[in-house]
Design a protein around this ligand. Structure first.
Ligand code: SAH
Length: 252
């Protein structure tokens, strides 16, 4: 996979190449991450990339021309005509379903905004889709692009140590949290931590019972904090029994 990021602050993105899961994926050559600075595509003395908004008002607006030139160069190196994905609070809200879709693409082109906005004409003519982290505003698209890159990379084969760990995460489609439920709780040593013990069943060695318990806990966690996810999920009869039993336990 190849990811091109257009940003005025390449340092934000570059740190992904040195740290943790994303860093390893990049060093191992599973993904190529390339940053492009629109400042390098200006030809005035001040390398200007923004200007005051027409009509007045606060903040600066990113100039269309340096971004268009940058994108032209990125696309010159791209026969496949990859979609240009802008980072924007006005975009489609990113969720695990969207991450799965993005992870299947051989190449991503991520455009990071800064300041008040990007000139609308650039968005209208060069950007194919926009992605939002959620209904709040941050100061630049770099953190949003970083989130997309991290989420997409951990789905690439061989990037996580255990192939299963991504499958077991919240919102994934699998036996434990399938149909997009939250993850079950996890425990590690010691068995007794400050008087709180690990649920007995996890020490039983009974894999079928452990799988049922995990499924039940995933259902319960989702019911408690994200009931709308449950409403959208298809639950088997067994799921319904497990959840009913967990809820009855809680009331007892
Ligand atoms: N005035 C704009 C916000 C500009 S914030 C508005 O209200 O819509 C500057 C940049 O930060 C944006 O161009 C975008 O790239 C990024 N950004 C801010 N919030 C974001 C979010 N929720 N998701 C993705 N990117 C975001």
């Amino acid at each position: 996979m190849r990811i091109d990021v257009i940003t005025l602050f390449p340092e934000w993105i570059q740190q992904l190449t040195t740290l943790g899961v994303t860093g390893r994926a990049i060093t191992d050559g599973k993904v190529e991450l390339i940053t492009w600075n629109p400042r390098d595509f200006t030809d005035d003395r001040h390398n200007q990339v923004d200007d005051r908004p027409y009509g007045g008002g606060p903040g600066m607006v990113m100039l269309a021309e340096p971004l268009a030139r940058t994108l032209a160069e990125v696309q010159r190196q791209d026969q496949a005509r990859t979609l240009v994905s802008g980072m924007s609070p006005q975009g489609r809200v990113l969720d695990q379903q969207a991450v799965r879709e993005l992870a299947k693409r051989p190449r991503l082109i991520l455009l990071c905004g800064r300041y008040e906005a990007i000139d609308q004409r650039l968005l209208d003519s060069c950007v194919d889709e926009q992605w939002s982290l959620g209904d709040y505003v941050i100061s630049g698209g770099e953190l949003a692009a970083g989130v997309v890159i991290d989420a997409v990379l951990r789905l690439q084969p061989g990037v996580l140590g255990h192939q299963q760990s991504a499958e077991q995460d919240s919102f994934s489609q699998n036996a434990t949290t399938g149909n997009g439920l939250l993850d079950c709780p996890h425990y590690t040593r010691p068995e007794d931590w400050r008087g709180q013990t690990v649920p007995e069943i996890l020490l039983s060695g009974n894999h079928a019972a452990i799988a049922d318990w995990r499924r039940q806990q995933a259902l319960l966690a989702t019911w408690k904090t994200r009931p709308e996810l449950l409403a959208g999920a298809v639950l088997s009869e067994k799921d319904q029994r497990l959840l009913a039993a967990a809820l009855a336990d809680q009331e007892a």
